[in-house]
Write a protein that binds this ligand. Structure first.
Ligand code: IVH
Length: 685
């Protein structure tokens, strides 16, 4: 009897944990506004994993532990879409858009008032269309679009996508789940993750993806969903396929709002208007924002908002009349290779790139494109003089896809691999089994420039005003021979003043920024070291786990591998890095200079937390702190920083040239403070 009741207790605890974890994952991945620390989240996950391991009979497919993927399967099952997934007709300019408006106007009642014909404008996400079926609130199936009639069952894979709800509603105060709903949307790979994936592929000598869409499609259609789980895919919902036993709507907009309430990620960037000129304005605006989005959008989708009007307009062929895709100019062009040059990276890797006859690719003039590595270059046999296809996606570096052999000049010669470093002239090395070719000269000036550039960059030590040119000057003048020397510059003021373009003010600012960088959070310092394989995300994981540079430096490969998401390659890379005398010397210099090498005390660990429970918003430029530094300071003191002002905000930290947040804070009567007051509250000098 006692056992039975404890079984019930455990089942209840498991259910509670799942609901909590799902909610916090939603706050983190969908709302971008977490309310607990990563460590607390990990604790919940660990407890759930432990309970499920002890009681495997209680594991259900909607458990957050099941987002990890399942063993490979021989092929995907086919699924017939109950409601076909149509495609969209395209527009390429404003004329096409006006013609579309005329076409639909003709099919609608003449006396329809203009304000009753509203449009919803949405980004056209460039990924893979999927349909998610929920029964009784549980995700029971995920399918690709396929040909629109029949798709593939990729449920296991889609379960691993972090912001696809496994159970709805996600939030405790959400509307009740409908009996059955099919949610449609796009699975995509954010551009930053696409770049990282390609870097990893390159390091492994595997094939590169041409663009984020191919990478997303390739990831969703993996027969081994454990691979899908490792890709950082995300989802945007843009329509309801069908809905049973739930509310009914009269507009597309309301349907999207309902999806949002259930906990689906719906883009913040959607707009509704009945003014067609405004639709055109949105489209123009989007054309300009396109290169600055964290995801790839290949156009904008314009939809008639009223579901009754959608019904009236109907479908022709396999595209609805009530919607249209405005396509941006393609991100592909052809041009000629003027020369092939070689760049030396901070780890000594030599990377070939093509200097091109300038060409417009999707609205941006491209003069150079990466050739990835010599193996890729040789395999594609790209030659000087070739006409090539160049692609560019978002902020992704343009790349050469392939030569057009029909247009190759008859006298062209295959590219010859460099035997010596173009910067220092030392012979190059190609390690067995690796794709990369290296310059192994520790004193190679090109490598040092790249290392310094990386060290001072925003996501590392964030030394404002310290760029490539300054790095080159300092190295040329012999003022620094590793990144540790940056902190000795304050004793070399006179010599700095002799450098070209350096005045009192510039030197002051540079030294002040260098001094301020000593307080960067540990994760920034770890990222700044430039350990191969350790970017910002891995650095954060390591900093949160080890809490000090000393502890990280002392970690063994086994200890590193025990950290979630750290694999054998990164573990080895970290241990190798810290073992090198040259790097130990750098660390000695950083410590001697007083660079912070400990993580700020976590509130959970019982440290002082004067800002516990308080929520801050920062606006404008603060006198001495960068945004990231102010955020780190507040978080270290137990406070929280959010992007936008709401009733829940306690303080607005005001800097110079504030944005609209100030107005909003005033309207809501929120306390406004400056940097000095913030420091007082924290007790920092
Ligand atoms: S609506 C009836 N909305 O574009 C309309 N589609 O050619 C059906 N897509 O592969 C689609 N973003 O996956 C719609 N905001 C959006 C979209 C979108 C991207 C994709 C969709 C499909 C293609 C349609």
């Amino acid at each position: 009897m006692a056992e039975a009741s404890s079984q019930v207790d455990i089942a209840e605890r498991i259910a509670r944990l799942r609901a909590e974890i799902n909610y916090h994952a939603y706050r983190y991945y969908t709302l971008d506004d977490p309310i607990i620390s990563d460590a607390e989240y990990d604790q919940l996950m660990q407890e759930l994993r432990r309970l499920e391991e002890a009681h495997p009979e209680l594991i259900t497919p909607d458990s957050p532990t099941q987002r990890v993927g399942a063993p490979p399967r021989p092929e995907f099952r086919k699924v017939i879409h109950p409601v076909p997934m149509t495609s969209l007709s395209n527009a390429f300019n404003e004329e096409d858009m006006r013609a579309w408006l005329m076409r639909i106007r003709r099919l609608l009642p003449e006396d329809l008032p203009a304000e009753e014909l509203a449009f919803v404008v949405e980004p056209k996400f460039d990924g893979l269309a999927v349909a998610l079926t929920y029964e009784g609130g549980i995700l029971v199936r995920g399918a690709t679009r396929g040909d629109g009639i029949e798709g593939e069952d990729v449920t296991e894979n889609l379960r691993t996508v972090k912001n696809i709800p496994l159970r709805i509603p996600v939030a405790p105060d959400g509307p009740p789940a409908p009996e059955r709903i099919e949610v449609r949307g796009e699975v995509y790979l954010p551009i930053a993750d696409f770049n990282q994936l390609n870097q990893e592929q390159m390091a492994k000598g595997e094939r590169l993806y041409a663009n984020p869409r191919n990478a997303a499609a390739g990831s969703v259609r993996q027969l081994d969903s454990r691979i899908t789980a490792r890709r950082r895919l995300a989802f945007f919902a843009y329509a309801i396929g069908y809905l049973e036993g739930g509310p009914s709507f009269t507009s597309h907009w309301d349907a999207l709002m309902y999806l949002k309430e259930l906990g689906f990620p719906v883009s913040q960037d959607i707009r509704r208007t009945h003014d067609f000129e405004e639709v055109l304005r949105f489209i123009r605006e989007w054309g300009e924002r396109r290169d600055h989005l964290p995801y790839e959008a290949d156009g904008v989708v314009i939809k008639v908002d009223s579901l009754a009007l959608q019904q009236r307009l109907g479908i022709v062929g396999n595209a609805p009349r009530w919607a249209i895709a405005y396509k941006f100019p393609p991100r592909e062009a052809t041009t000629r290779v003027l020369s092939i040059e070689v760049n030396v990276g901070r780890t000594g890797v030599l990377t070939p790139y093509a200097v091109l006859e300038p060409v417009n690719v999707g609205g941006v003039t491209v003069r150079q494109a990466t050739l990835h590595n010599f193996e890729d270059l040789m395999r594609k046999d790209i030659r000087v003089g070739d006409t090539v296809i160049v692609v560019r996606a978002g902020d992704v570096i343009p790349q050469v896809v392939k030569p057009i052999l029909e247009r190759r000049p008859p006298d062209s010669k295959p590219y010859a691999m460099p035997t010596h470093c173009p910067s220092c002239g030392e012979p190059v090395v190609k390690p067995e089994g690796e794709v990369a070719v290296y310059c192994v000269n520790a004193a190679c000036p090109a490598q040092l420039v790249r290392r310094v550039e990386h060290f001072v960059s925003r996501s590392a030590m964030d030394i404002v005003g310290f760029g490539e040119r300054i790095a080159e000057q300092l190295i040329e003048a012999g003022l620094i021979s590793d990144v540790g020397d940056i902190y000795t510059l304050k004793d070399k003021r006179e010599r700095l003043l002799q450098l070209e373009g350096f005045g009192e003010k510039k030197v002051d600012n540079l030294l002040k920024a260098i001094e301020a960088s000593k307080q960067q959070p540990l994760e920034h310092l770890v990222a700044a070291l430039g350990i191969p394989g350790v970017g910002s995300i891995v650095a954060k994981t390591l900093a949160e786990h080890f809490l000090s540079l000393d502890a990280l430096a002392a970690a063994t490969e086994e200890e590193l591998q025990r950290v979630e998401s750290i694999g054998p390659e990164i573990a080895r890379s970290v241990v190798d890095w810290f073992a090198r005398p040259r790097h130990q010397e750098v660390l000695r210099k950083l410590r001697a200079a007083g660079v912070r090498t400990e993580a700020a005390l976590r509130t959970a660990a019982g440290g002082a937390a004067p800002l516990r429970g308080l929520s801050f918003v920062i606006t404008g430029t603060l006198p001495t702190l960068s945004r990231d530094q102010a955020r780190a300071l507040i978080e270290a003191a137990g406070g929280k920083v959010t992007e936008s002002v709401s009733r829940k905000t306690d303080y607005l930290v005001l800097g110079e040239n504030p944005g609209s947040k100030l107005q909003r804070a005033r309207e809501l009567g929120i306390k406004i403070i400056d940097e000095a007051t913030l420091r007082q509250m924290i007790g920092a000098q």
